[in-house]
Design a protein around this ligand. Structure first.
Ligand code: HEC
Length: 154
C-alpha cells in the first residue's frame, strides 16, 4: 500500500468512527417508556384522528364489509394484496397484528403515523415507500376495517 492509499484508509476509518459516535448520541434518553413519548394507548391504537377505541361486533357486518371491499379495490389494491407483499404489506392478517383504531388511523393519516409511530416507521424502512393518504372519510375507513376483518375469518 502506498502512502496516499494508507492515508485514505485511515481517513475513512476516522470518518466512520465519527459517524458511529454521532449515531449513538442520537439515542433518546429513556424518559418515556415508549419511543417518541407515545402513550400506551397510542402505541396500541396509533396516532391520528381516532383517539378512542373502535368498537367491533363479535361477527362481521356484511353490508359494511361489502362497501369496504369496493373501496379497497379502488383505493388500496394498487399497493396492497391480501396474501403477498406488494408495494405495501399483505393485509389479510392485519386485524390480528393491529388494533382496529390503529388500522383506521393508518388509513386516515398515514403521514402522521409514519412521523410519530415507531411501528409505522419500521414498516416504512422495510417497504421504502410512503403510503399515500387516500382521502377517505372516517366512515369509509370503518368500512375498510370491516372488509379486512371479514377477509381474516378463516
Ligand atoms: C401508494 C401505495 C399505497 C396505497 C395506495 C395504500 N397503501 Fe397502505 N401501505 C403502503 C405501504 C408502503 C405501507 C407500509 C409502509 C408505510 O407505513 O409507509 C402501508 C401500510 C398500511 C397499513 C399498516 C400495516 C401494518 O401492518 O401495520 C395498513 C393497515 C394499510 N396500509 C392499509 C391501506 C388501506 C386500507 C389502503 C386503501 C385506503 C391503503 N393502505 C392504501 C402503501 C400503500
Amino acid at each position: 500500500m502506498n502512502k496516499s492509499a494508507l492515508l485514505k484508509t485511515i481517513l475513512s476509518a476516522v470518518v466512520f468512527a465519527v459517524l458511529l459516535g454521532c449515531g449513538s448520541e442520537e439515542k433518546p434518553a429513556a424518559k418515556s417508556a415508549n419511543p417518541g413519548g407515545l402513550t400506551d394507548w397510542q402505541m396500541t391504537n396509533g396516532v391520528g384522528p381516532l383517539t378512542s377505541d373502535v368498537q367491533t361486533g363479535p361477527g362481521v357486518e356484511d353490508e359494511l364489509a361489502a362497501k369496504g371491499s369496493e373501496l379497497f379495490e379502488t383505493k388500496c389494491s394498487a399497493c396492497h394484496k391480501l396474501d403477498e407483499r406488494y408495494v405495501g404489506p399483505p393485509l389479510r392478517d392485519v386485524t390480528e397484528r393491529r388494533a382496529p383504531a390503529y388500522i383506521m388511523n393508518m388509513i386516515l393519516d398515514p403521514e402522521g403515523m409514519v412521523k410519530k409511530h415507531p411501528e409505522a416507521r419500521k414498516l416504512l424502512s422495510q417497504y421504502m415507500t410512503f403510503m399515500t393518504n387516500q382521502n377517505v372519510s372516517e366512515e369509509q375507513a370503518r368500512a375498510l376495517l370491516e372488509y379486512l376483518r371479514k377477509e381474516n375469518i378463516k
